[in-house]
Design a protein around this ligand. Structure first.
Ligand SMILES: Cc1cc2nc3c(=O)[nH]c(=O)nc-3n(C[C@H](O)[C@H](O)[C@H](O)COP(=O)(O)OP(=O)(O)OC[C@H]3O[C@@H](n4cnc5c(N)ncnc54)[C@H](O)[C@@H]3O)c2cc1C
Length: 443
């Protein structure tokens, strides 16, 4: 089976660009055999490799990725590993709460696993830190959303606290926010530093990881045979950890939604600028309205910078043009100027976009899709935690090791079918536009 489409990520992965250049890539150049092949070196693929190395020591594990580690979506995100569901459900404190509790437990297992990898592979503290998370509110509507969210947290028995405008100012240096909702269970990562560090750790654990080695065909000839432009891997068991590119391998056609979101990162601030900005050296806020702007202030590798993320577009082709990227990123300049008037004149150095894969019914695809072919895909936009768990669960599924999380994953429905393509495109685009307009100053 030929792989119909290879990943193309718009713009440079800023988080990766501010790190020292990586070692030269190790392309697959031979025909090799392995016990396991993992396709994709994002959160899911790296976690699958880590878990397999733990559970099947001595097995030969090969990981292939089309791009450099840290250049794909895993190195392009805002770095929030979130434990709580985005939208806590309804006032039905019966079944709905128990579903939210189960989802939270699963996300926390993903975060714990990421923490374990950070420790095992000796990652820099900037790569992974248990920081908690603040949902920042800029508007009365955002504030009301935070208060309603807090009521659901109380029903779940989850710790949380409110920050007022003065506390938000102390933390962020900006007067833009009227309040915030802090929850302690999330982690924050420097995404490229994290995935590159885990990849380095896996290699030192004798796992072969070949970058710039896209799988262009995958066939079952007794064992699975994956072909790359210069080599071939034969393995009885394969984990597809390619998120939305599961479609490109011929699976879940018409069931996955491909959405892009976008980020911009300033150049490094100089000491006079950080003094004008004030606030803490490192912080991050997610928007109270999910369609709003995520902001991070970073300090470490690459200096002191601000990163903003907003806007979504529905892109079934999984690609966007450079022209569209620069048009969309104007929303970043507006969000930055509104929040940081004291940094007037500071330019963005890196702008990029990245792919998300969603399903209409918010389910992941963690299952054996053909004999010996396992999927750990469709992370519904929260792949740092959910992808990490999905990869580990795919490894456990392949080895027949059961757990409550795996049972939940196996019992999940199939992603619900999308309407016919033109209807899906018009419907999804209109929905996103309307929701973004409603977000108002949260954007
Ligand atoms: C701007 C932005 C901000 C985001 N912010 C957050 C956030 O704060 N928190 C959060 O949880 N999520 C966030 N996300 C989403 C998150 O990045 C994804 O959900 C996550 O990367 C998915 O992980 P994954 O391992 O499943 O897939 P990916 O990270 O997409 O990894 C899949 C890998 O498969 C490789 N691949 C695909 N096809 C092939 C092939 N044929 N051969 C070889 N390799 C192949 C790709 O190159 C890729 O490296 C954000 C995304 C973006 C773009």
């Amino acid at each position: 089976m030929r792989v119909t489409r290879l990943p193309r990520d718009p713009g440079p992965a800023g988080w990766n660009r501010i790190l020292p250049p990586p070692d030269p890539p190790d392309l697959l150049r031979d025909a090799i055999t392995a016990d396991w092949l993992i396709v994709g070196a994002g959160f899911a693929g790296l976690a699958a490799a880590h878990r397999l190395a733990q559970l099947a020591p001595g097995d030969r594990i090969v990981v292939l990725d089309a791009v450099r580690v840290g250049d794909g979506p895993a190195g392009r995100n805002s770095g929030f590993m979130i434990d709580l569901p985005h939208d806590l459900t309804s006032d039905d404190y019966g079944g709905a709460v128990s579903a939210d509790v189960a989802q939270t437990a699963d996300n926390r297992r993903g975060i714990a696993l990421a923490g374990e990898m950070a420790e095992t592979y000796g990652l820099d503290p900037e790569a992974f830190a248990m920081t908690g998370k603040i949902n920042a509110a800029a508007t009365a509507r955002g504030d009301a959303h935070n208060r309603s969210y807090a009521r659901h947290l109380t029903a779940m028995g989850e710790a949380h606290s409110h920050l007022d405008a003065a506390q938000m100012l102390d933390l962020t240096g900006t007067r833009y926010y009227r309040g915030g909702l802090f929850t302690p269970g999330s982690a924050t990562i420097q995404p490229a530093l994290f995935v590159r560090g885990v990849a380095r750790g896996l290699r030192s654990n004798r796992i072969a990881l070949h970058e710039l080695s896209p799988v262009i065909a995958l066939e079952r000839k007794g064992v699975w045979v994956a072909t790359t432009p210069r080599g071939r891997v034969s393995a009885p068991r394969v984990v597809l950890a390619v998120n939305g590119h599961l479609n490109s391998f011929g699976h879940m056609a018409g069931r996955l939604m491909h959405v892009m979101t976008y980020a911009s990162m300033t150049r490094a601030l100089d000491p006079s600028e950080t003094a004008r900005l004030g606030g803490a050296a490192r912080w991050g806020v997610t928007p109270a309205d999910p369609m709003g702007t995520t902001v991070r202030r970073v300090s470490g590798h690459g200096g002191d910078r601000i990163v903003v993320r907003n806007r979504f577009t529905f892109d079934p082709s999984m690609e966007v043009s450079d022209r569209r990227l620069s048009r969309i990123c104007r929303a970043h300049d507006a969000a930055f100027a509104a929040r940081f008037p004291m940094l007037d004149g500071v330019q963005m150095q890196h702008r990029w976009g990245g792919r998300l894969c969603l399903s209409r019914n918010n389910v992941q695809v963690v299952r054996e899709i053909e004999p010996g072919l396992f999927a750990a895909c469709c992370q519904n936009g929260l792949g740092t935690a959910k992808g990490t768990l999905a990869g580990a669960l795919a490894a456990e599924l392949a080895l027949g090791i059961d757990s409550p999380a795996l049972t939940r994953a196996r019992q999940a429905d199939m992603p619900r079918r999308l309407p016919p393509a033109p209807v899906a495109r018009i419907g999804a685009t209109a929905h996103i536009r309307l929701a973004e307009r409603r977000a108002g100053d949260e954007l």
